[in-house]
Design a protein around this ligand. Structure first.
Ligand SMILES: Cc1cc2nc3c(=O)[nH]c(=O)nc-3n(C[C@H](O)[C@H](O)[C@H](O)COP(=O)(O)OP(=O)(O)OC[C@H]3O[C@@H](n4cnc5c(N)ncnc54)[C@H](O)[C@@H]3O)c2cc1C
Length: 434
């Protein structure tokens, strides 16, 4: 059996069976399948929300056909296993783009709905689920239900962690773009205060995000590189997003390769990599949106223990408030925090009851998994997020407690009321442990 793991390779999980799903006209009958089931698509969730230890996975990667493109209305209908890469390959040369894309193009439409993903344009466009006009669900009872945004089952399914049944297909509202380029500006900023100053200009740009040096402390706390951009024509032949990745990490790095020393050196070099403080250019859309896709198997750099990504969203506050406190705790800790990302979320409401994004600031950081000391730090960060009234992103999580989950997502009992009784995940069982 192929391995079914999550992106962070932590925790390990073993499904007892895997059922491929190939035809939307013929979803698998589940009445004889023992134990809980869960759809598994590209496995780009970092923790255990795509895992079903001791249960059955429905592998939807071959349920990936594009069904119809209405170019008058800008509507695309596709099967749920279609990847964003495959969709972009077809729509960008026709002058269309997906309304929301995450930091990798190797994500399925079903996964994008189940986690109600967000992108660099959250402050303008909100989440992926806001742009889904309808979808079809196969329930374990054999029922097939087409639902629209005004219905409870749709609202439970968007951000519903794959627990309301199997999404067979969805219809998405696309957006017109002038070409395959992005007019991009990169600005080096020296501190968290400077980040907040730049973020006040966010509304003038479609896409904004910042890389942040999570190991810098003192007056350099929160320093980083701000990236902002808008769609633009590109004077170059269409580069397919399906093209093979050019670089690859060939082997698992030894444990400990990523440590505070190597990360400090990397962060310093990355912070200084651009000669001028501000740099402007037109770039193809793929390196702008999906820089990590350029290196295959990069997660091997974290070594055999895998890694955790911590992503939280907290309300904006004077002088940085909870985000400052979180960055201070990370920079003071002994953990080699990597790849920090800061972004301001807007206030566009998602239809999804359990959608993660909320108005304020989001921070995402990778931590090589080093056992209890990593977990202790993340528990400490949870407490800050809880006190601030924020939340931690389930798509990235492998360890939050049941108590934290119910504080972050008070609507969880509503999702439980719409959950298909046959569907569950390692994540759901963990956050419902007594
Ligand atoms: C490098 C990288 C960058 C990322 N950047 C972002 C980002 O910027 N913003 C963001 O929001 N996320 C981001 N993510 C996370 C990723 O977008 C989500 O975890 C996404 O849900 C993964 O989709 P997937 O197709 O891999 O689904 P999986 O990880 O396989 O599954 C995710 C969930 O979707 C459910 N699911 C999948 N298919 C179906 C279906 N057909 N029917 C019902 N349920 C289904 C699964 O049961 C599971 O609960 C990033 C991930 C990576 C690896």
């Amino acid at each position: 059996m192929p391995t079914y793991q999550s992106w962070g390779r932590y925790p390990a999980a073993s499904p007892t069976g895997v059922l491929p799903v190939v035809w939307r006209s013929d979803p698998p009958a589940l009445d004889r399948v023992p134990g809980p089931v869960l759809a598994y698509a590209c496995g780009r969730s970092y923790g255990d929300s795509c895992l079903n230890d001791g249960g059955t996975l429905l592998d939807v990667r071959r349920l990936d056909r594009l069904i119809a493109l209405d170019e008058e209305a800008g509507l695309l209908r596709c099967e749920a296993g279609a990847t964003l890469a495959a969709i972009l390959d077809v729509i960008v040369p026709r002058g269309w783009f997906l309304p929301v894309v995450p930091g990798t193009r190797w994500v399925s439409v079903g996964g994008a709905i189940a986690n109600d993903i967000h992108g660099k344009n959250h402050h303008r466009a909100g989440t992926f689920g806001r742009h889904v006009t309808c979808l079809e669900l196969a329930r374990s009872s054999g029922e097939r239900i087409v639902c629209t945004p005004d219905e409870p089952l749709f609202q439970a399914t968007v951000g519903g962690l794959g627990l309301t049944g199997l999404i067979l297909w969805a219809e998405l509202r696309l957006k017109r773009v002038p070409g395959a380029g992005i007019s991009q500006e990169r600005i080096r900023f020296p501190s968290l205060e400077a980040f907040f100053d730049l973020a006040t200009e966010d509304d003038a740009y479609e896409y904004t995000v910042a890389w942040v040096d999570c190991l810098a402390g003192g007056s350099r706390l929160g320093r980083g590189i701000y990236l902002r951009g808008d769609h633009a024509p590109l004077d170059a032949p269409h580069a397919s997003p399906l093209d093979a990745t050019r670089l690859r990490v060939p082997v698992e790095a030894p444990a400990g390769l990523i440590n505070r020393l190597t990360m400090r050196a990397f962060n310093e070099a990355y912070y200084r990599r651009q000669f001028r403080r501000r740099q402007w250019e037109i770039v193809p859309y793929a390196p702008f949106f999906f820089p990590l896709d350029a290196v295959g198997d990069w997660t091997r750099l974290y070594g055999p223990g895998g890694f955790l990504q911590y992503q939280c969203a907290v309300p904006d506050a004077p002088a940085g408030g909870p985000i400052r406190s979180i960055l201070e705790r990370i920079s003071r800790s002994n953990e080699p925090a990597c790849l920090g990302v800061l972004k301001r979320f807007g206030d566009a409401r998602s239809p999804g009851w359990l959608s993660f994004p909320r108005k304020g600031i989001t921070l995402a950081v990778d931590f090589p998994f080093r056992g209890p000391r990593t977990l202790t730090l993340l528990d400490e960060l949870d407490a800050v997020v809880r006190d601030a009234g924020g939340a931690v992103y389930p798509a990235k999580d492998a360890r939050m407690s049941a108590a934290s989950f119910s504080a972050f997502f008070p609507a969880a009992p509503r999702l439980e009321s719409q959950r298909d009784p046959k569907y569950s995940s390692s994540f759901w069982r963990r956050v419902h442990a007594a």
